[in-house]
Design a protein around this ligand. Sequence first.
Ligand SMILES: *[C@@H]1O[C@H](CO)[C@@H](O)[C@H](O)[C@H]1NC(C)=O
Ligand SMILES: *[C@@H]1O[C@H](CO)[C@@H](O)[C@H](O)[C@H]1NC(C)=O
Ligand SMILES: *[C@@H]1O[C@H](CO)[C@@H](O)[C@H](O)[C@H]1NC(C)=O
Length: 264
Amino acid sequence: MASYVFLLLSYLLVSSASACDRCVHKSKTSYFSSPSSLAGGACGYGTTVTELYGGRYPVAAAASSLYRGGVGCGGCFQIRCKNRKFCTGAGVKVVVTDLNKSNQTDLVLSLPAFLGMAKDGMGRTLKRLGDVDVEYKRVPCEYSSHHNLSFRVEESSRRPAHLVVKLLYQGGQTEIVAVDVARVGSSDWQYMTRDFGAIWSTGRAPTGALQFRLVVTGGYDGKWVWAEEVLPADWRTGAVYDAGVQINDIAQESCFPCDSEVWK
Ligand SMILES: *[C@@H]1O[C@H](CO)[C@@H](O)[C@H](O)[C@H]1NC(C)=O
Ligand SMILES: *[C@@H]1O[C@H](CO)[C@@H](O)[C@H](O)[C@H]1NC(C)=O
Ligand SMILES: *[C@@H]1O[C@H](CO)[C@@H](O)[C@H](O)[C@H]1NC(C)=O
């Protein structure tokens, strides 16, 4: 157990140190003309993605460098266009809900996100430009008072033991790198595997009400987050269960120089 955690933490240190995603990066960005092309496929959020996240953050698709095999799903970025005639200095905050395989731009925005970069009255001009130079950086996702970390039981779950969940509203500036499940009151933890994006599964789910523990990156290390009594014994597919916890951690990276300025 102890060595397992140690290995995990060593892995975290290496992986987060190489990402440097909260430093400022330069890229171009464009927008998806059809909202349905941002259906959250690669992250597994599905067609309800704009309902799930749209109220809080407009959605964006990330290139594979930010998607990172699905670890990047649910991460938030602040992105602003460099032309200050058309765009505000604060830009817009978006949540990554899909993969864009083309790699031509680091982030492709939904139209609401794209227009969110514009100054008042400049939206149409920006839209006409289509492709713009941008800079962006990772920022914490803030769901406080809106949503706790939540588990959606996916339709592919099969009682008694095949449980597939989707993690929603991962706050802070974190990555979820491990998820375990146990019956409430038991310490017989079963690990879950990331199927893809935000989808985790196990073929060995216990019966009864279920609790979870997660390893998230935070500070320079990882830490455990405990979610007690999340699923009732009669969990239903399609239902979203509130985990009663907020993740607010910020993963530190040792990449300097890194911009700590707040974009306003
Ligand atoms: C990726 O984004 C580009 C716009 O930069 C878009 O034209 C293309 O359809 C997207 N590809 C996929 C696979 O989503
Ligand atoms: C995008 O980048 C990833 C990782 O570097 C690579 O595996 C993939 O083939 C690239 N896609 C394209 C269309 O170049
Ligand atoms: C989030 O969790 C807290 C603590 O368990 C709870 O009091 C609160 O009602 C939850 N918030 C929502 C939006 O469900």
